[in-house]
Design a binder for this molecule. Structure first.
Ligand SMILES: C[S@@+](CC[C@H](N)C(=O)[O-])C[C@H]1O[C@@H](n2cnc3c(N)ncnc32)[C@H](O)[C@@H]1O
Length: 222
């Protein structure tokens, strides 16, 4: 079955100039996403809404954070099939994205997507986030990021230690989360504070006109 949002004006409205690149991504996901284990079998006709528009919901939060910053750097932790990192990179060509993903076959997929979509603002690092954090602590030539994004990687109790140390002071974690977002940040309060996170909060993020909004956890770095 074809994707229910194919040809919908919502796509241009939400994705703007990124749409042609994201159409390339959508076609690749439709053909290869399920056999390569990147999306579920029931997702094939809802790729736009469930994966691409859902990922794009973080874009205004990234823009708001980096507004006025000289180095608009974003690390996407656990990118998997490219959510939200590949989508956000297509929407924000003036930002530099680093996709952090440990699994080899997912790194291969991400590399193909970057090449085929012609994205010039993406680097891919095959590593666990904790490994990148260790390098960042030792190597003074490596800079922390303005924003860290992620979706469906781990609960906030774990995610705090995997993401907040990647941020520079005044940077921000932007994590796509489900309905349990508030309970997750309540449970992780100590971990968030331990890793210098402040003002953890849940906000509703619009996905598109007439579509169900999603939830985003925001945590600022002291
Ligand atoms: C459930 S998938 C979600 C993928 C994608 N973010 C999405 O929303 O579809 C979780 C991803 O996180 C990656 N991952 C798990 N632990 C990680 C870690 N410590 N650092 C970075 N990535 C990790 C996995 O390899 C996997 O690709």
């Amino acid at each position: 079955m074809a994707d229910e949002l194919n040809g919908s004006p919502i796509l241009k409205e939400v994705l703007g100039d990124a749409l042609p690149k994201l159409e390339v991504f959508h076609a690749k996901l439709e053909q290869e996403g399920e056999p390569r284990g990147l999306i579920g079998p029931r997702d094939v006709d809802i790729i736009w809404e469930r994966h691409i528009l859902n990922s794009a919901a973080i874009v205004p939060f990234v823009r708001e954070t980096t507004d006025g910053m000289r180095f608009k750097t974003v690390a996407d932790v656990g990118s998997g099939g490219g959510f939200p990192g590949i989508v956000a990179a297509a929407c924000l060509p003036d930002h530099e994205f680093t996709l952090i993903e440990p699994m080899e076959r997912r790194v291969e997929w991400l590399t193909e997507c970057v090449d085929e979509m012609g994205l010039e603002n993406v680097s891919i690092v095959r590593a666990r986030s904790e490994e990148v954090i260790t390098v960042l602590r030792k190597d003074r030539s490596m800079h922390p990021y303005a924003v860290v994004t992620c979706r469906a990687v781990a609960p906030m109790t774990k995610l705090s230690g995997w993401t907040l140390p990647l941020l520079k002071p005044q940077g921000r974690l932007v994590a796509l989360k489900g309905r349990s977002a508030q309970a997750e940040i309540d449970k992780a309060a100590k971990m968030i504070a331990k890793y210098k996170g402040v003002r953890p909060r849940v906000v509703e993020a619009p996905v598109g006109p007439g579509l169900e909004p999603t939830h985003v956890v925001l945590v600022d770095r002291k």
